[in-house]
Design a protein around this ligand. Sequence first.
Ligand code: UDP
Length: 254
Amino acid sequence: MTFQRPANLASLEILRVRVDDVTMDETIELIAAMLAAGGAHQIATVNPEFVMAAQDNVAFRATLAATSLAVPDGTGLLHAARWQGKQLRSKVTGIDLTERLAAESAQRGWKIFLLGAADGVAAKAAAVLQQRYPNCQIVGTWAGSPREPDQPVIANEIRRSQPDIVLVAYGAPAQDLWIRRYGAGLGIKLGIGVGGTFDDLAGLRPRAPQWMRKFGLEWLWRLIRHPERWRRIFTAVVLFGWAAWREAQRIKRG
Ligand code: UDP
């Protein structure tokens, strides 16, 4: 049995990057289908920074195109879809997906491995998930990096713990390129790039308050807390917004 993207799974292209119109519940059911089907799968949590990076990074663009699922992780994408007269129904963020996977793991026995982030952060994130979802199966954690010399030991750790799902927190595009390059060879059934999720879970970066999230103002929260990241935020909000808006006008003009 091979995994087939459901015929009714809608997706759209924003600046040549495919984004799938899925809700969190649908994402979980698609993951269940991928794991049941076997093979090596990859999910990308696409946000505006991904889209901008993919414009002149051919390998990254090809990697995103080859994913089994590309979930919308950013309010900017939902706006861009609307500008095109289309719809992305909801955001599916890396951190929300990670928490939901931990909950599903407790129910369904999915084995999860946390790879990446600074020393001790993945282990701390695992401890937080274990506490929130007591029966979740975190079978291993490893800090490591996407650099070549780190690969043998990472390979050992992953082969030893035989996870179903590896969550990779190297930041984009490194995490997504890593999954594409090594996932199948390591027998990883599903690799998901989750960015700074482990930092968030470990409490290193408090999340934006609920009202800011509701209004899509996470970028403002990040700017206030991490002004040194202004360039990334400018790219995600201003450069992406401008490029996606212009593309939408072109599409509408036909
Ligand atoms: N990271 C890592 N190895 C690297 C480079 C980055 O483990 O070689 C980690 C970093 O510690 C952080 C995550 O990758 O936990 C990426 O965070 P980023 O700020 O890019 O995430 P975002 O804010 O985009 O979710």
